[in-house]
Design a protein around this ligand. Structure first.
Ligand code: IMP
Length: 188
């Protein structure tokens, strides 16, 4: 069963190949499949954006297509940056922006979560959507060198995601949890 991933992000391609190939899928990235499009993420939710990205490729290839969308929700910021996580500030300034917006906010009100939605469209057009979350708090300063994006300010337990090894992060992360939900749904 041929499956196209709606991404060229090498990390994501590797992660999803590891999950999907043992389930019988022959996984290719969108560039390997010769598709050079980037759907505009106009959705209001992660799930809508994942669907938009998958559908753009499904409309061309009519095979299995998988897309994901993820981001950070901060409760005291009315859910920001949310679906705008990748565009919230210039790269390198996003963590500082959140920290300054949360200046003076007490620790118990710094609750936040990462969310990842995965959308799989099947050759007959059937849509499977799953979600994974990672609950935590926004710290007071950046800590750790691993990971990417908002990892240095996101506390999960007593460590930030950037202070965790890849395996530690995968075992608690929103993407890891969404992948587990996908596997469970596909095995049904
Ligand atoms: P996308 O789903 O790959 O488009 O990710 C959207 C944005 O959310 C990224 O650019 C990051 O800023 C943020 N993000 C998503 N997942 C993570 C994560 O695991 N750690 C840190 N930031 C993340």
């Amino acid at each position: 069963m041929k499956l196209i991933l709606a991404t060229n992000n090498k990390g994501k391609v590797k992660e999803y190949k590891e999950i999907l190939e043992p389930l019988g899928f022959c996984v290719t990235s969108q560039s390997e499949a010769g598709i050079d499009i980037e759907a505009e993420e106009t959705g209001k939710t992660f799930s809508e954006n994942a669907y938009i990205k998958a559908k753009a490729i499904y409309d061309i290839k009519k095979t299995y297509v998988l897309a994901d969308d993820s981001g950070l929700i901060v409760d005291s910021l009315d859910g920001r940056p949310g679906v705008y996580s990748a565009r919230y500030a210039e790269p390198g300034k996003r963590c500082d922006k959140i920290l300054s917006e949360l200046k003076g906010v007490s620790f118990d009100k710094r609750t936040a979560r990462f969310v990842c939605c995965i959308c799989l469209i099947k050759p007959d057009g059937d849509v499977l959507s799953v979600e994974g979350r990672c609950e935590g708090k926004i710290g007071y300063e950046k800590k750790g060198e691993n990971g990417f994006g908002y990892d240095p300010i996101f506390l999960c337990g007593d460590k930030t995601l950037a202070q965790m090894t890849d395996d530690e992060k995968n075992s608690v992360s929103h993407r890891g949890n969404a992948a587990k939900a996908l596997m469970a749904a596909l095995k049904k």
